[in-house]
Design a protein around this ligand. Structure first.
Ligand code: 4GY
Length: 261
C-alpha cells in the first residue's frame, strides 16, 4: 500500500483534501494511506512554538529545526517497529522538478514517504544538513508552504496505483499516449449553445475514433507544447497523422480542435 506521512503546521490544509473524491476512495479500498501529523505536537515548550525570528534579522519567520527532527524521529521509530523503510521528501523550489516520471516512481515506492511541509520564509537550514531530505519542486514559483505541493505529489502518485482509478483503461490509454497532451472530450447533450460534437465520435466506428483522438492529441501537442515532440521517435502512424496536422496548417479550425475535418 502506498503510504504518505505529511508533517505540517497546517493539517487542515491537507486532511480535508485527501478525504475527498478519488483519494478518499483509494484509502477506503486500502490502496493508499495518508496520515497527517501536526508539527505542533512535536514542540516542547508551553506555547508550542514551531517558528522563530531569523538569525541575522530580516522579515518573516523561520521554522525551528527541533520539532521537525522530533517528528521524523517518531516516524522513523514507528516505521522500524513495523519493519518498514522510509523516504523523506521536502517540497521546495530548490528541488528536483516533479514530473509524470517522478510521480510514477513514487507510485511504485515500497517505503513510507514522509513529506515535510515548510511554511513562512523557510526552514532552519540544519534540517537539510542533518536529514538530507529529497527536495522536490512542483514548479518555478514560490508558495507560502509545502502543503499544496505535498498534495500534488500524493495526488499524482495515487492515481497511478493500479485500482485507484475506476477504469483500468484510462491509465493504460494514458501510458500509451505518454507525454502527449490529451485529446478533446465531449459528453451529452449533442448540442450545447449551438456547439455540436465531432461526427466521428457519434459513428460507433472504434478504429476511426481511435485515429481521430490520436490525431487530436498530436495536433494539440504540436500547437501548444512542441517541446514534448522534439526528441520523440514517432511510430509510422503518428508521423503520418502529424504530417496531416502540419499540412492542414494552423487554422482557426485546428485551434478549436479541428472539429470539421
Ligand atoms: N515551488 N515546489 C514549492 C514551494 C514554498 C519551504 C517555505 C515549490 O515545491 N515547493 O514554493 N514551497 C515553501 C518552501 C519553505 C515555503
Amino acid at each position: 500500500m502506498l503510504r504518505f506521512d505529511v508533517v505540517t503546521l497546517f493539517p487542515d490544509m491537507v486532511r480535508p483534501v485527501v478525504e475527498q473524491s478519488i483519494l478518499k476512495r483509494a484509502q477506503e479500498k486500502g490502496l493508499l494511506d495518508v496520515r497527517v501529523h501536526n508539527l505542533r505536537d512535536y514542540t516542547d515548550d508551553r506555547h508550542r512554538t514551531a517558528d522563530d525570528v531569523p538569525y541575522g534579522g530580516g522579515a518573516g519567520m523561520v521554522m525551528k529545526a527541533e520539532p521537525i527532527f522530533r517528528a521524523v524521529d517518531a516516524l522513523t521509530a514507528e516505521a522500524q517497529e513495523d519493519g518498514e523503510q522510509m523516504r523523506v521528501l521536502f517540497p521546495s523550489p530548490h528541488g528536483r522538478p516533479f514530473s509524470q516520471d517522478y510521480a510514477q516512481q513514487l507510485a511504485r515506492e515500497q517505503r513510507r514517504m514522509v513529506i515535510l511541509c515548510g511554511h513562512y520564509e523557510g526552514v532552519d537550514e540544519r534540517v537539510r544538513t542533518a536529514l538530507a531530505p529529497e527536495e522536490v519542486s512542483v514548479g518555478d514559483y514560490v508558495l507560502t508552504g509545502g502543503e499544496l505541493p505535498a498534495l500534488i505529489l500524493i495526488d499524482a502518485a495515487a492515481r497511478l496505483v493500479p485500482g485507484v482509478l475506476g477504469d483500468p483503461e484510462s491509465v493504460m490509454e494514458e501510458s500509451f499516449s505518454d507525454s502527449l497532451l490529451e485529446y478533446p472530450h465531449y459528453t451529452r447533450p449533442g448540442l450545447v449553445r449551438g456547439l455540436g460534437v465531432p461526427e466521428v465520435l457519434l459513428s460507433g466506428h472504434h478504429e476511426a475514433i481511435r485515429i481521430w483522438r490520436r490525431k487530436q492529441a498530436l495536433r494539440s501537442t504540436y500547437l501548444r507544447r512542441p517541446d514534448l515532440l522534439r526528441d520523440r521517435v514517432l511510430t509510422d502512424e503518428d508521423q503520418r497523422l502529424l504530417n496531416e496536422v502540419i499540412s492542414e496548417g494552423v487554422t482557426a479550425m485546428s485551434m478549436r480542435g479541428g472539429e470539421e475535418e
